[in-house]
Design a protein around this ligand. Structure first.
Ligand SMILES: CC(C)(COP(=O)(O)OP(=O)(O)OC[C@H]1O[C@@H](n2cnc3c(N)ncnc32)[C@H](O)[C@@H]1OP(=O)(O)O)[C@@H](O)C(=O)NCCC(=O)NCCS
Length: 155
């Protein structure tokens, strides 16, 4: 049976599922952990994908400046990858950036070809302002960051 997948803004009742999804990837070292309190505080910045009432993916948009936002906490639940859902969430986050009138969307990632397929280009990390790195204090790899910076300039 083909279930309908919806992409929408996160709601307070999503916090537990969001927390679990992000924690799973944080434990693998490919995402920063987020506390339930932090998720609740920044809930408005999250887009989730849902199928039959189950949260199957998420992504958030973090404002870094007047012209720059960062895609954070982008991940699909196991068993839901490769079905275009990541692209759907990135598209929804880009639509949010457009609404905010922010022209540059960046991400720090290991999934480089996924972002390139979605119109991002690989750039030198050094081009970004210091604000980008404030979250790195929460990262175990802060002194040996091997993530790749990607950016999309919205037309
Ligand atoms: C990266 C991720 C969000 C992509 O979501 P998805 O729903 O699987 O992606 P889509 O189905 O929209 O797109 C699939 C395409 O992206 C590419 N892709 C998917 N995951 C990738 C990865 N980890 N690295 C490189 N490319 C990847 C695939 O090769 C695929 O290309 P194809 O269509 O030519 O085969 C998802 O795989 C995921 O949750 N990964 C683990 C968490 C993660 O790495 N998040 C990114 C942090 S910024």
């Amino acid at each position: 049976m083909n279930m309908t997948i919806t992409c929408r803004k996160a709601l307070p009742e999503d916090v537990d599922a969001l927390y679990d999804l992000i924690r799973g990837y944080a434990e693998q070292g490919i995402m920063l952990p987020r506390s339930k309190e932090a998720l609740l505080r920044h809930l408005d910045s999250f887009i989730v994908a849902e199928e039959a009432g189950k949260l199957i993916g998420c992504g958030s948009l973090f404002r870094l400046g007047s012209d720059l936002v960062e895609i954070r906490s982008l991940g699909m639940a196991e068993g839901y990858k490769g079905r275009g859902l990541g692209t759907l969430i990135v598209d929804a986050l880009i639509a949010e950036a457009r609404k905010l009138n922010v022209p540059k969307v960046m991400a720090l990632t290991y999934a480089v070809s996924f972002f390139v397929k979605n119109g991002f280009q690989v750039v030198d990390k050094e081009i970004f302002p210091e604000k980008v790195w404030t979250d790195c204090v929460n990262c175990s790899k802060q002194d040996r960051c091997d993530e790749i910076a990607v950016v999309k300039i919205l037309s």
